[in-house]
Write a protein that binds this ligand. Structure first.
Ligand code: PMT
Length: 419
């Protein structure tokens, strides 16, 4: 999915986060969107409009009654032109005007005139964010069908620490990108106001954090050779895309593959099982769902010399050391994420899958046949038998991209199911 042919109206209101809106403009353009920028007067105190003009390729709009030839598109035309209206950063003042229907500048007037979907990335001091007036305004805006991209917690420009820092441009871009284009006109139908399956509900639909492992690990024998397996990473990468589209914030930890990593996910490339184990544990904080789709080598050569092994002997013996079981170690944490394993089997699929589900204390396991003529490793299609403690579901042979969407929908359903 991309913004190809989508018309994005970006309103920039006055706060220190205005500088991040420059990067947001660049990201929207990079995804193929046509972007027009509107600025409030106070926003121009932080960044020159010329910067937005250069990045968007259009002159910037400020005035409600604009008579200049270049800016001749009036506020109603601008509002009709847009497929998506994004307000980033959105100050407490702008949110208040929007909530109460004021129309005393171009941005607030456009909000009233726009019938497309609206995304708001608030940015303000934490005390302003937490003030009952702001929180009440957010609730009103939610009833208008506005989509929020939650601010983040951390050190603020004023030096204080708390919630209110505008989300990073990549997060905002992903938030807008993940809503399919056909939702654009559904603002008042409430289509965009429902959390996506992998978002937390609430005023701000915060994405769930998902870690996915994918591909094969490589276990070095010497400086030029390694032990590996047939995993291409296709299944894990398809899951990463499907999870993003369902609203999640995805970290993809992958062995070396021939596939390009999905756009906008946090991508970490590793080679060995030990490196994958370390990368998973370094990123586990606040992880809601862990999915182990990687084909991790169960064993590694106990010695990996600095020199190439010579072929003098007719036979050589390799001694292998067991690798850490990443999936089992994640599930064994005191408060583990919702943990989903895969099982790749050549026989007795259900028996082995159920045994792994129980032994590794998983929430769910997706089992697939490997070593057959269709599905499994390397191919573009796959079929899955999914098991959890009190249920199971079959997914017949289909493209991995579609299968990944179906599996993510099931994972979201099980994740949200009452415990
Ligand atoms: O990558 P593709 O070419 O698209 O192929 C997809 C796939 C067949 C690789 C994928 O669908 C799949 O089945 N992945 C898991 C492969 C596997 O290693 O299964 P397993 O039954 O050996 O391992 C069970 C589970 O434990 C897996 O979730 C695995 O990631 C995990 N594991 C295993 C060993 C280990 N040391 N650490 C682990 O985390």
């Amino acid at each position: 999915m991309s913004f190809s042919n989508r018309k994005i109206l970006l309103a920039v209101t006055g706060g220190i986060a205005v500088y991040k809106a420059l990067e947001l403009t660049r990201l929207f353009k990079k995804q193929g969107a046509d972007v027009r920028v509107v600025m409030t007067k106070s926003a121009t105190a932080f960044v020159q409009p010329l910067s937005f003009q250069a990045l968007s390729g259009h002159s910037v709009h400020f005035e409600l009654l604009d008579t200049e030839a270049e800016n001749a598109m009036g506020h109603i035309e601008l509002a009709r032109w847009a497929d998506v209206f994004v307000i980033a950063p959105a100050t407490a003042n702008t949110l208040a005007k929007m909530a109460h229907g004021l129309a005393d500048d171009l941005v607030s007037t456009l909000y009233l005139a726009a019938t497309c979907s609206v995304y708001v990335a608030p940015a303000m001091n934490h005390a302003m964010w937490n003030h009952p007036a702001t929180q009440a305004n957010l609730k009103i805006l939610q009833t208008h069908g506005v989509n929020f991209i939650a601010p983040e917690s951390g050190e603020q420009a004023c030096g204080e620490i708390g919630m209110g820092r505008m989300a990073e441009p990549e997060t905002i871009c992903r938030g807008v990108l993940q809503t399919p284009a056909h939702y654009d006109s559904f603002r008042y139908a409430g289509g965009c106001n429902l959390p996506l399956p992998l978002q937390k509900s609430g005023v701000c639909k915060t994405p769930l954090r998902i870690i996915i492992t994918a591909g094969a690990t490589r276990e070095p024998l010497d400086p030029v050779r390694y032990l590996t397996n047939r995993s291409s990473g296709k299944m894990g990468y398809a899951l990463a895309v499907a999870a993003q589209q369902a609203g999640a914030n995805v970290t993809l930890i992958s062995g070396v593959t021939h596939s390009a990593p999905p756009l906008n996910c946090h991508f970490i490339q590793i080679e060995t099982a030990e490196q994958m184990h370390a990368a998973v544990f370094e990123n586990l904080e606040n992880c809601d769902i862990f999915i182990g789709a990687a084909a991790v080598a169960d064993y590694r050569p106990i010695v990996c010399g600095d020199e190439k092994i010579k072929k003098n002997a007719n036979q050589i013996t390799l001694t292998l050391q067991k690798n850490p079981d990443i999936l089992a170690n994640v599930a064994a944490l005191d408060s583990p994420p919702f943990t989903v394993g895969f099982a790749a089997e050549t026989h007795d699929l259900e028996i082995y899958a159920r045994e792994k589900l129980t032994r590794k204390k998983l929430n769910m396991i997706a089992a697939n046949w490997v070593g057959r003529d269709e599905g499994g490793f390397e191919r573009d299609e796959n079929a899955l038998e999914v098991f959890w403690q009190d249920g199971q579901q079959s997914f017949p042979m289909i493209e991995k991209s579609t299968l990944a969407e179906q599996l993510m929908a099931l994972i979201a359903e099980r994740f949200h199911a009452p415990k």
